[in-house]
Design a protein around this ligand. Structure first.
Ligand code: ZN
Length: 489
């Protein structure tokens, strides 16, 4: 099946043709581990997870590298301010690697809850200092970097004379001038556009490594160039990340790759759009910064209730990854309802009654095709989900006996749900999709236990009365050889 992906760099949807031999190489920029995983981490986590799951379902072997940034990410995104992890370590009187380890584990746990499969390789920036130093040497040797007071900077102005700095984000250096702070004279840089490849550590800076230039640490953009080349080679298939990383992070990666590898290194650039909350950008200043744990537990003041990880995952998948996604209690509650309907159909499908002679194979095959077509059309999950709900309708019609299907049809529905809902979209019935469901299940267990006891005691009047009362409440029960099944009508 042909896959089409929107390539940020060509600004068109392109037919996906893997260039890495033997596997699809995917690199995604991971988190900077200095705080709890938040909503902003959920979207790239889920988006690239679905991409990996889809590629694997279609028979590709995927080598998925998602890094952990544990050094070099300074407060003001580029070269200024304190290292984010070192700052947290200073405030909490911890060794920086304790901070990094703590939040790495928290991040991995949150991703696991969201049903995000672990990457094939999860390299840490601090574990690749040697590779980064080698990369700086290469860029220096090529004449596109300079040493200044023990730091090394990439010469963007020189680079832009021969290549286009801004090729990904569509910027031109000249247009960027106004938005860039002028040098204050204290700066080691020749131009405000230049970015650090290596920073000399100030005396109080705890995270430092020896290098030919100074005791210091690598610039943030460098790690992704070094680690993607190490694990995926000089050119690889897909590089993903959030739109906020397009500039300057990915733009700088392209510049570093172009000089050190002789090419930009990446075939397809994918960027997921951002999440807003009630129409506003998420940020501490808006008081709407929600961590994933707060979301799962319902502990942030703007949340009316907890939302289970699978509800959040489903909510993310209901929008196309390149579109904006607005979080609100209403939208999440709607997603929760939709998910419950979908999961009920998935659960009921294997038990559907079949009739000989009934045949809907063409219809089901058609749904399957449309769903895969949508997924292969630049991961159009909302369209795929809308077709899934056509299948849900079919399941419900069989349940209320307005439609008859054959045994083969039932098998086709079950396999479609397995392939798409479980394997590709990664949606599982976590039983916690609603606390109400859990309570209901517990209560029903108690009630049916009572009825079993009445039957054992041959108290038929009581066992019938329980059945009738449940029926009045809209709950039907059916005695089977394995016990008793119940369903909400
Ligand atoms: Zn990166």
């Amino acid at each position: 099946m042909n896959i089409y992906l929107y390539n940020t760099i060509s600004r068109t949807k392109e037919l996906f043709k893997p260039i890495t031999e033997g596997y699809v190489g995917l690199y995604v920029c991971g988190p900077t581990v200095y705080g709890d995983a938040h909503l902003g981490h959920a979207r790239p986590g889920v988006t690239y997870d679905v991409l990996v799951r889809l590629l694997r379902k279609l028979g590709y072997k995927v080598r998925y590298v998602r890094n952990i940034t544990d050094v070099g990410h300074l407060e003001h995104d580029a070269d200024e301010g304190e290292d984010k992890i070192a700052k947290k370590a200073r405030l909490e009187a911890l060794e920086p690697m304790e901070v990094a380890q703590f939040y790495t584990l928290r991040y991995q746990e949150a991703m696991k809850k969201l049903g995000v499969l672990p990457p094939s390789i999860e390299p840490r920036a601090s574990g690749h200092i040697i590779e980064q130093i080698e990369l700086v040497k290469k860029i220096l040797d090529a004449g596109y970097a300079y040493i200044s007071n023990g730091s090394v900077y990439f010469d963007v102005v020189k680079y832009n004379k021969n290549y286009h700095y801004g090729v990904l984000s569509g910027r031109n250096l000249d247009d960027t001038v106004e938005n860039t702070r002028a040098l204050d004279g204290q700066d080691d840089k020749r131009s405000p556009f230049d970015f650090a490849l290596w920073k000399k550590a100030a005396p109080e800076h705890i995270m430092r490594w020896p290098s030919p230039w100074s005791d210091g640490f690598p610039g943030w953009h460098l790690e992704c160039s070094a680690m993607s080349e190490k694990y995926l080679g000089k050119t690889f298939d897909i590089h993903g990340g959030g739109m906020d990383l397009m500039f300057p992070h990915h733009e700088c990666e392209i510049a570093q790759n172009t000089i050190s590898r002789g090419n930009s290194g990446v075939h397809y650039w994918m960027h997921n759009n951002m999440i807003t909350i009630d129409g506003k950008k998420m940020g501490k200043s808006y008081n709407n910064f929600i961590t994933l744990d707060q979301l799962f537990e319902g502990t942030h003041p703007i949340l009316q209730q907890p939302y289970s990880p699978v509800t959040v995952r489903f909510f993310i998948l209901q929008a196309h990854y390149r579109g904006t996604l607005d979080f609100s209690n209403d939208a999440l509650q709607a997603a929760e309802k939709g998910l419950r309907r979908l999961m009920a159909a998935v659960k009921d499908a294997p038990k559907l009654e079949t009739a000989s002679g009934a045949d809907h194979s063409e219809e089901i095959a058609n749904f399957r095709e449309k769903i895969f077509e949508a997924l292969c059309d630049d991961l159009n999950t909302p369209i795929a989900i809308s077709y899934l709900f056509e299948v849900v309708k079919m399941v419900n019609s069989v349940k209320d006996k307005s439609l008859k299907i054959g045994e083969k049809d039932r098998d086709a529905i079950v396999s479609l749900f397995n392939d798409v809902v479980t394997d590709i979209l990664g949606l599982v019935d976590d039983g916690a999709s609603s606390s109400d469901t859990k309570i209901l299940e517990g209560l029903m267990e108690m009630i049916l236990e009572n009825r079993r006891e009445a039957k054992v005691a041959k108290d038929w009047a009581k066992s019938d009365a329980i059945r009738d009362r449940l029926k009045q409440l809209g709950i039907s029960i059916k005695d089977t050889k394995d016990g008793c099944e119940w369903a909400v009508n």
